[in-house]
Design a protein around this ligand. Structure first.
Ligand SMILES: *Cc1c(COP(=O)(O)O)cnc(C)c1O
Length: 237
């Protein structure tokens, strides 16, 4: 299968899951997770119909921006972000999915203030309490959302999660349902606080149909589009 066929396959899977859940397929974006891919592959993906790219690493983002690799598509940041690198990301991407601490949130808002812009962000929630992953606990997320509402430099657009790798269909459904409910709860608490939460970033190659049925509006897919990556132990992201 070539890239175009793989994109079509994933898109068809999203659409089928959406229809099965009584949802409008057009309400779900397919983001291509482009980590470790080079600029030519990114250009090919965009030529084949990808309209949103998600980068994990600041270094790759910077190199691809300098290359003009994202032309014709929007770019998001989805990876772990260190506070001392926010200046390479804020204002360069449409949406930061991976805001995982108050310290990072504060640094992003400060950089946005400096640039005189408003940065759209999602809060990353660590639903399963995995020590290896960053993110707010479900209890901390509403507090961070309230903090966003008091900051000029950020606009909170929703929530994101990276649950454990699913070994079979249905495994991650409870996590996705929990994130959806958390977003609903936060939105209700925040009604008058100029918060417009309309993004739920959840679902990857191994579990996106469950994410769609639970209400995802943005599926982040890498290997199902680009093939397997090098093992985790041999790279850094
Ligand atoms: C790599 C990555 C993805 C895509 O993972 P696949 O399993 O290859 O689809 C999605 N989200 C984040 C944050 C990632 O780092």
């Amino acid at each position: 299968m070539n890239l175009k066929q793989r994109i079509a396959n994933v898109r068809a899977g999203i659409d089928a899951a959406a229809l099965a859940a009584g949802r409008d397929p057009a309400s779900i974006a397919l983001l291509a997770a482009t980590k470790t891919q080079n600029s030519d592959v990114i250009r090919a993906a965009i030529a084949a119909g990808i309209s949103v790219c998600g980068e994990n690493r600041v270094q790759e983002l910077t190199a691809h921006l300098a290359d003009g690799a994202y032309e014709g598509a929007r770019v998001h940041f989805i990876g772990h972000l260190q506070t001392n690198k926010v200046r390479y990301v804020v204002g360069k991407v449409e949406l930061i999915h991976s805001v995982s601490s108050e310290k990072l949130l504060t640094a992003i808002a400060a950089q946005a203030d400096k640039l005189g812009i408003v940065q759209d962000v999602l809060l990353e929630v660590n639903l399963a309490g995995e020590l290896s992953k960053s993110g707010f606990t479900p209890e901390e997320a509403p507090i961070a959302a309230a903090l966003c509402a008091r900051m000029n430099g950020v606009r909170l657009r929703g929530l994101m999660c990276i649950p454990p790798a699913a070994s079979r269909p249905g495994d991650n459904l409870p996590h996705f349902q929990k994130l959806r409910q958390l977003a609903v709860d936060i939105s209700q608490e925040m009604v008058d606080n100029r918060i417009d939460m309309d993004v739920l970033s959840m679902g990857m190659s191994g579990d996106y149909p469950d994410a769609v049925s639970a209400g995802s509006t943005c599926i982040r897919v890498g290997s199902a589009l680009f093939g397997p990556r090098l093992p985790v132990s041999s790279r850094k992201d």
